[in-house]
Design a protein around this ligand. Structure first.
Ligand SMILES: *[C@@H]1O[C@H](CO)[C@@H](O)[C@H](O)[C@H]1NC(C)=O
Ligand SMILES: *[C@@H]1O[C@H](CO)[C@@H](O)[C@H](O)[C@H]1NC(C)=O
Ligand SMILES: *[C@@H]1O[C@H](CO)[C@@H](O)[C@H](O)[C@H]1NC(C)=O
Ligand SMILES: *[C@@H]1O[C@H](CO)[C@@H](O)[C@H](O)[C@H]1NC(C)=O
Ligand SMILES: *[C@@H]1O[C@H](CO)[C@@H](O)[C@H](O)[C@H]1NC(C)=O
Ligand SMILES: *[C@@H]1O[C@H](CO)[C@@H](O)[C@H](O)[C@H]1NC(C)=O
Ligand SMILES: *[C@@H]1O[C@H](CO)[C@@H](O)[C@H](O)[C@H]1NC(C)=O
Ligand SMILES: *[C@@H]1O[C@H](CO)[C@@H](O)[C@H](O)[C@H]1NC(C)=O
Length: 485
């Protein structure tokens, strides 16, 4: 087959639909500002024409039903834009996707859904979701370290680092990639692994979409035929105990002899006046209820459902519907402290009164636990990662806010940004704040790279210069979080 790079990447203004919770589209006017230096309209028209002349069956234009389906294939309505055309390659040989693009070319990976299981690894192409991966591995009684919810895609989550339940034992998704197949900006394909292009291999571990397009991920897998799960819903009176159990858990999880982790959320339905702390807990093995969550299980609660099941079965029930709402995240990191987190929760709950009239308001206070042992994995596997987190327990606290109408967007954005930054400023004063920002939970105004060690950012820039000297993934593909100059 003719390589995709018969269409020079240089004329494309690109976005990659990566189908992930992790990436948000930057807004259309900021895209246009960058695009004005490269004449987006002429470039995109030219690229679309060339793609259509070579691959008309894989190129979609705005007048088709499939175009609309692809351009709105996001869970966040804010990601819906109007690309000039959408290209759906079926293999890397046509190549030289979270982001959509206004007026440019949207490269969607949906046609690249394939995998190969080899002993203790699985190779997957970027059209796969994590649920697809868990389905593929179930017959082998194995799991990979990927997304916690059903609709999350492989490429976005893996390139930004990736939080899984079992991070206390196996680290982040990036720590479990043994090889990346990458298309560079000039169309050359390279394999990046511990022994081939090890500098690029390191940079892809947390460096996001700054270096190339990954067309295949080879992932370590682990034997785990069963998992023990628990879903527990509490009431407002339990919030303090819930936060305390969370702080205890991030310390206890440092014992990596048991792989276990959680999704911890506090939702507030302001119309109904109902606060609901919720635990989704998952532990390797069949002991039920899972022992790691004993401090939660001990709090009397309305709903407690324990089960022994498989990773595929568990993920299947955790679907995130697409196109239901607009959603904005914002987050910072801190050393766990129950009283401080409780007071942050109270501040958040009170601040919600300022936006209580917003239609479809659905706010959540999220506690993501990153035990010290999760940071150790990258330090002891001989490879490392771009984060190089200090070995200490952390809570990545996050505000996630959903709403319905576009006219409320700027209000929600301002409210979130002010609240997140003022809570973080308080933590800076009391010494609990840490500067690491996880791309998957960050708001558009945040720059995760400022939280990476400065020497790692410099090394990533040097690696970018070596592999993408013409700046394809800085100047032409501007969505997602960029390393900067
Ligand atoms: C997009 O960004 C520009 C510049 O940062 C800002 O003025 C505008 O309000 C934003 N638009 C939306 C819809 O967020
Ligand atoms: C794309 O190519 C097909 C087949 O050659 C052609 O019929 C169609 O008009 C082209 N579409 C555009 C928008 O150029
Ligand atoms: C459009 O979508 C239909 C249904 O999903 C599919 O069968 C068809 O191949 C798609 N066409 C293109 C050009 O992608
Ligand atoms: C899927 O992967 C298998 C095994 O590597 C390969 O034989 C097959 O050609 C691939 N299919 C596609 C459509 O790429
Ligand atoms: C449960 O709580 C106790 C008392 O706070 C603490 O010592 C222990 O580590 C906690 N266990 C877990 C698994 O979180
Ligand atoms: C909040 O509660 C009201 C009343 O029970 C319900 O109609 C609404 O759907 C709830 N909102 C959310 C976001 O769950
Ligand atoms: C419990 O696990 C079994 C086996 O995987 C599954 O069929 C069932 O749906 C699960 N029940 C719940 C409530 O998740
Ligand atoms: C493509 O870029 C890589 C990295 O800069 C370089 O090693 C390679 O020689 C280039 N290939 C071509 C065909 O220009």
């Amino acid at each position: 087959m003719k390589p995709f790079l018969s269409v020079p990447l240089a004329v494309l203004a690109l976005a990659f639909a990566e189908n992930t919770l992790g990436y948000h589209e930057r807004n259309a006017s900021s895209s246009t500002a960058i695009a004005s230096t490269i004449d987006l309209e002429t470039g995109a028209t030219c690229a679309c024409r060339k793609l259509n002349s070579s691959y008309s069956e894989y190129t979609l234009f705005p007048d088709s039903a499939n175009y609309t389906a692809q351009a709105t294939n996001y869970w966040d309505i804010r990601a819906d834009l109007h690309p000039a055309c959408i290209f759906l390659p079926t293999s890397a040989y046509q190549f030289p996707g979270s982001n959509n693009i206004e007026g440019g070319v949207l490269l969607a990976s949906d046609n690249m859904r394939n995998y190969t299981v080899n002993g203790d690894t699985i190779s997957v192409t970027p059209g796969m979701t994590w649920y697809d991966v868990y389905v593929a591995l179930e017959p082998y009684g194995r799991v990979a370290i990927g997304g916690r919810l059903k609709t999350i895609g492989v490429p976005g989550l893996t390139l930004i680092g990736g939080v899984h339940y079992f991070l206390n034992k196996y680290g982040f998704a990036m720590d479990n990639v043994v090889q990346y197949e990458v298309i560079l900006g000039n169309g050359t394909m390279v394999l990046a692994s511990a022994t081939s292009h090890p500098d690029l291999f390191w940079a892809l571990k947390g460096g996001a979409n700054n270096f190339g397009i990954v067309t295949k991920f080879t992932l370590q897998t682990y034997a785990m035929p069963h998992i023990s799960t628990t879903m527990q819903v509490f009431g407002e009176k339990d919030v303090y105990e819930f936060i305390k159990a969370s702080c205890d858990l991030v310390h206890a999880s440092n014992d990596a002899s048991i792989a276990a982790g959680s999704v911890l959320t506090i939702t507030y339905n302001i119309t109904a006046g109902i606060v609901s702390p919720i635990l989704l807990g998952v532990q390797e093995g069949i002991s039920s209820p899972p022992s790691r969550f004993a401090n939660f299980t001990a709090i009397p609660g309305d709903t407690k459902i324990h089960n022994v099941t498989t990773s595929k079965q568990w993920a299947e029930n955790l679907d995130t519907p697409k196109q239901m709402f607009r959603v904005l995240f914002g987050h910072h990191s801190m050393y766990p402290d129950t009283d401080t987190l409780y007071s942050m929760y109270e501040t958040w709950k009170a601040a919600l009164n300022q936006i209580a009239d917003v239609q479809g308001l659905n706010p959540t206070f999220v506690l993501n636990l990153t035990p010290a042992s999760a940071a150790s994995v990258g330090k002891t596997n001989g490879i490392g990662n771009t984060w190089d987190l200090p070995v200490e327990p952390l809570i990545w606290w996050q505000l996630s806010t959903e709403w319905v109408k576009a006219e409320d967007s700027s209000r929600i954005e301002l409210w979130t940004q002010q609240l997140v930054e003022s809570l973080h400023a308080q933590n800076q004063r009391n010494g609990l704040a840490r500067e690491f920002i996880y791309m998957g939970d960050a708001g558009e105004w945040q720059n995760p790279f400022v939280g990476f060690p400065a020497k790692n950012v410099q090394r990533m820039k040097d690696i970018r210069e070596a592999y993408d000297p013409s700046g394809t993934f800085s100047k032409l593909n501007w969505g997602g979080f960029k390393l900067g100059d």
